[in-house]
Design a protein around this ligand. Sequence first.
Ligand code: SP5
Ligand code: ZN
Length: 342
Amino acid sequence: MKTVYSPLHAGHAGQMELVTSAIVPGFEKPSRAEFIRARVESEKLGPIIGPVEHDLAAAKRVHSADYIDFLPTVWPRWTAEGHKGSAMAFTWPTRGLRGDVPPQRIDGLLGYYSFDAGATFVEGTWAAIKSSYEVALTAAELVKAGEPAAFALCRPPGHHAGAAFMGGYCFINNAAVAAQWFLDQGARRVSILDVDYHHGNGTQEIFYGRGDVQVINLHGDPMTEYPFFLGHADEHGIGEGEGFNLNYPMPFGTDWDGWNASLEDACAKLAAYAPDVVVVSLGVDTFEKDPISQFKLTSADYPKIGRRIARLGLPTLFVMEGGYAVEEIGINAVGVLTGFED
Ligand code: SP5
Ligand code: ZN
């Protein structure tokens, strides 16, 4: 299959991250995408092509226009207000506070448009966000044009970004944008299968009231794992979306057998929905050696995921999400893709 990749991701570099009482170098770093790209080449997965330029109209189909228009202003405002280092939120409008009045200063706006401190900006961040979005749309166009599958090597990732919030290394929800784009191009139903270790809270929030996008998440139980405040098994969707959101929270230590049982159930539900296309939010932070995660999948397990998804027999767009064991990220991510093509 073809891979879509942009070197502009590399400008999103050197950002800092708040983790257990320290500010540390971000886990979501450029070498992630470079290890994946190198593995795509060494495994001869297929051609690597650049993204086609797109305006932001497709982003505004799933995100609020004010949120999307805010993103390119963050770094210029951060520096204009005299700040240095990573632009990072530190105050949020939680229960009982007013979440409907955008502050005037960038420090406040960062909190207004986020749920955690995990979506930080440096100078090259907006260009990377835009390129990641274009990578997803370009790969979606390949699938629409008849390719059985395509790989969007997105960086930064997207599944924690909601209609009007960023967080968890995510800014624009690339998988959600692609799903909506397929619908706008004539698809009747789309399924998003999110196999990243973390619950795709942004994707769930975007489609929660919708029956035309089925959202399935396999992830660490939010009772014990980030992002904590969404992703429980009793979240089924609301209104027209009732029954079209499916969560498979799993405990720390889950290995292939436990994880695969969820995948099997998820695939049965997905097949019953009979979508025209599947968007896979492909995170490989389920890996046993992932530095921030607690599942126990091995490198040998990833091709099995790809083979199972292939058995659905549906046009498939793979969108890169998380995975922080950089030495093995290429082996694991590309393992899913070569498994799919077996
Ligand atoms: C796209 C994606 O995978 N985003 C993940 C964001 C996770 N952010 C919070 C992680 C908290 C990790 N705490 C464990 C620290 C181990 N030293
Ligand atoms: Zn993740």
